[in-house]
Design a protein around this ligand. Structure first.
Ligand code: C2E
Ligand code: CA
Ligand code: CA
Ligand code: CA
Length: 281
């Protein structure tokens, strides 16, 4: 059992089939943490592939630290929140925190984009649109600064249902990103029907890019995405060789441990201002 606990503390390699579902203690502790507004938000920079010193924006990633379980991966607690009917509240708290941080960083962050993850229940819930529009306005921000990341399986489960929600958000000026691309069973023709601006190539493809098959796969996604006027983003870039291959393929934006791990807002602000100073030289 202690082995299981240790696994829960690891980020990255975990499956969304959460062992936490049967773990009523974790469930209770999570619900209490949400109630007390204890979730945190970390930020991971997204870089311009043509110049590794240019930052395009940051992705907000939810974090939960529990005294008993340590850092629990969002791959565990986001599905848990969905099951508990808490996902709208979790999403609201994450957005609120991220918009608050981002608006306070307005000098340094003025030209940066803030990417927020949106789960299916959130997207299709009745008040999501009103909530996000009001919140962005309330923090004096422009929807054009916000990228909403929707996972592929979500976007394509019910294309028609998702479409009207996505179209409304696009019309309001939000950028829409198709997250985890390649993991679902979609065809790119579905992408064409939906108002996405950006495709995020899933980490599982990026990991295989140094093999000949992996390279062909990624190149195919990139070329088809570009043919559909999409911006291509690669996640999970862990070394310079991978970054260079992606850049040569024409991927516009890169994200991953090679550039930076997700980090708390203070470290993120330092990271950004250091980059900006370098750019001014
Ligand atoms: P995602 O949206 O695909 O986020 C990217 C994940 O990859 C993050 O995991 C990030 O920490 C990790 N990552 C980034 N660069 C690298 C790298 O170079 N190598 C490796 N191995 N991993 C890298 P994280 O933070 O554990 O989040 C997992 C998933 O949980 C996210 O996947 C997203 O689907 C979901 N999630 C996180 N925060 C939220 C949120 O606020 N709302 C919703 N609905 N989902 C969230
Ligand atoms: Ca994402
Ligand atoms: Ca992703
Ligand atoms: Ca993912």
């Amino acid at each position: 059992k202690s082995q299981g606990r240790n696994n829960i503390q690891m980020f990255g390699e975990m499956q969304a089939s959460a062992p936490g579902y049967e773990d009523s203690e974790m469930t209770a502790r999570f619900a209490a943490a949400v109630k007390q507004n204890l979730l945190q938000v970390y930020y991971q920079p997204v870089m311009d592939a043509t110049n590794y010193r240019n930052i395009v924006g940051v992705e907000a990633l939810a974090r939960w630290h529990d005294e008993k379980y340590g850092w629990v991966s969002p791959a565990i607690f986001i599905p848990l929140a969905e099951n508990l009917g808490l996902i709208n509240e979790v999403g609201r708290q994450v957005f609120e925190q991220a918009l608050n941080h981002f608006s306070k960083c307005s000098g340094v962050c003025a030209n940066l984009k803030l990417a927020l993850n949106v789960s299916k229940r959130q997207l299709v819930s009745n008040d999501f649109y009103e909530m996000i529009v009001a919140m962005v306005q309330g923090y004096g921000m422009n929807p054009g600064q916000i990228i909403l990341e929707i996972t592929e399986s979500i976007a394509l489960q019910g294309v028609d249902q998702a479409k009207s929600h996505l179209q409304k958000l696009a019309d309001a000026g939000f950028s829409l990103s198709l997250d985890d691309f390649g993991t679902g069973f979609s065809s790119l023709s579905h992408v064409h029907e939906l108002p996405f601006d950006e495709i995020k190539i899933d980490i599982s493809f990026v990991r295989r890019i140094k093999t000949p098959e992996g390279r062909v796969l990624v190149k195919t996604i990139v070329d088809m995405g570009h043919a559909m006027q999409q911006i291509l983003v690669a996640e999970g870039v862990e070394d310079s060789e991978t970054a260079d291959i992606l850049r040569e393929m024409g991927v516009e934006r890169l994200q991953g441990y090679y550039f930076s791990r997700p980090m708390p807002k203070e470290n993120c602000a330092t990271f950004i201002s250091e980059l900006l100073q370098i750019n001014e030289l």
